[in-house]
Design a protein around this ligand. Sequence first.
Ligand code: ADP
Ligand code: MG
Length: 684
Amino acid sequence: MNLSTPIEELAYVGPAYQKRLRKLGIKNVRDLLFHFPHRYEDFSEIILISEIKLNETCCIQGKILEVKNTKTWKKRMILTQAIVEDKTGAIKVVWFNQPYLINVLKEGNLVCLAGKVTRGKEGLYLSSPAYEKIHPISDIGLTHTGRIVPIYPETEGLSSRWLRFIIKPLLLKFRKTIPESLPEKIIESNKLLPLAEALWQIHFPDSLNLAKKAKERFSFEELFIISLFVLRERQKLAKESAIPIPLNLPLLKKFVNSLPFKLTDAQKRSAWEILKDIEKPRPMNRLLEGDVGSGKTVVAVMAALNVAKAGFQVALMAPTEILAKQHFQNISKLLENFNLKIGLLTSKEKPEGKVDISVGTHALIQEGVKFKNLALVILDEQHRFGVEQRAKLCQKSGFKTRLIPHLLSMTATPIPRTLALSIYGDLDLSLIDELPKGRKKIITKVIPPEARQKAYAFIRKEVKNGKQVFVICPRIEPEKNQQKITSWAEVKAVKEEYNKLSKKVFPDLKIGMLHGRMKVEEKEKIMKDFKERKIDILVSTSVVEVGIDIPNASLMMIEGAERFGLSQLHQFRGRVGRGKFQSFCFLFTDSPSKKTQQRLKALLSSENGFELAEKDLEIRGPGDLFGSRQWGIPDLAMASLKDIFLVEKTKNSAKEILAKDPELKKYPILRRKLEEFQQRIHLE
Ligand code: ADP
Ligand code: MG
């Protein structure tokens, strides 16, 4: 038996357990050892029976004087009752509906019990305690009581007790055979627990502090791998070549003067950073970050114009067809006097002949699309790791020698500092941190159930005045990791809301519906109708149409607001308030929880996406910050992305190692882990 031994070959792991373990992705001994508890119960203090107190959880040791099963007077439940004695006294112990216990716990057995002290008719008793027989010559020690006990994430049919029973002997046998994955220097300088010790302490800690140290070691390791990945990407790119695009100042001046508005200072600064960056013969790798409505498109268009007029091609990729089309229309309009050929490329549309600026969806990277000289790629609201897209586009860039297109990625997701340093560490950042002048503050309100009718009346009034309304429906989480079902649940939520609004609440208004399962043509028709004001109220899912620009929409209603992260809510809110009139955002919630109410209220006081993102990160963790998107980033790393100290430490350590050994020749284990990580993020 070794670390790779499949669970099927382990003792006590029958077919039912095999199935449950496989469901968690646990395939072999190694996986079991790396299945970590998420919290602990501290039963480490063993007290005397004379010291027990009512309503306190305690751990005692003693001898079983008697044990028997009885039925309760209702005859529904079987009670196992025992009397346990130590040198200071005796106490009754009761378990419910576990009749088999009398086959395990016998008169005369020495036991350790941990549970809560309750008062019954006949005095104090221990209620359903965790139990464990004490073997006078056991080599494995106490597992479920008399120590700090691990509690594993709950899974049906896999109790923490069972997992402890299986994992503990494996740990004792194998933990020292796993080669250390972190360089010794790094372990020393960061005062981390070595692997074998950390594995033991994370499962069966000697103190809560050691449990924390163990968790820190594994968080460190995961973040360290991410840092290595990101730094290596950066290094690799620095060795590549790109077409330097000279800055054409007169051209850009002409463009800026043609705009119907004045650029904000933040837009000018960002544009300048980008334009200076693409002058270099090294590929740009830059993130343009700015709140919804901050005007990222114009900035990107300035770069696109400069590149196109220098005689090279540009590709802009959007996540959905509707957005691609909107971009295509906007860009065509912005550049109408510049004599450039702009093409739309989606699964339906194919441009003819040579195009200067191709706007499209994923279709851009599909087979058959060939560029002549692609020098700039712009990704709008794409996946964090745009590596893959760029790599694919590179292959079609059309250059004879290896030239990498410059990359500009745009996002409205505010990225807190820890994330900027870690998972976004390979990107340079340009920030649009102000909104165009003259935008009115959006009035935001949390609407409890009793105020719903009043809110509806208000909405009706707004619509009668010619305004339009968005309604966003939440995702109903059915089961974890079941993305397909999730999006169906979302469709269901939208349909229900649509029916309710169109039949019951607003039968006199025109209601439309939009969700990701509709055909592209249907979606486009709905968006077009909404733009042309043929629809008053548009009920939509949360994921589909980020970035849609409807200036006449002044009301954003969000159902089940408590299910969204603050920064996501903030982004929905940014869909309105594009026009000149006062806009509103109503957050509907049926949740009576004070905490929820308070969390939502943060939106009333803050209009700062960054502030809200930091709050999200603090309250709900980074997973939520980015909505439903997943990155293949391991859980511990995700959770520890909150911890700026840890993030900085891992980053510095990664730099240190790479400075001496850029190819990680001396660290084959790290190299393998890095490859695994790379594969995981590419597989998403
Ligand atoms: P986002 O950053 O969310 O992608 P857009 O680029 O779509 O924002 O811009 C939102 C709206 O603001 C567009 O209608 C755009 O024409 C307008 N806009 C952009 N910059 C300015 C500005 N400096 N002043 C006024 N309006 C602007
Ligand atoms: Mg946009």
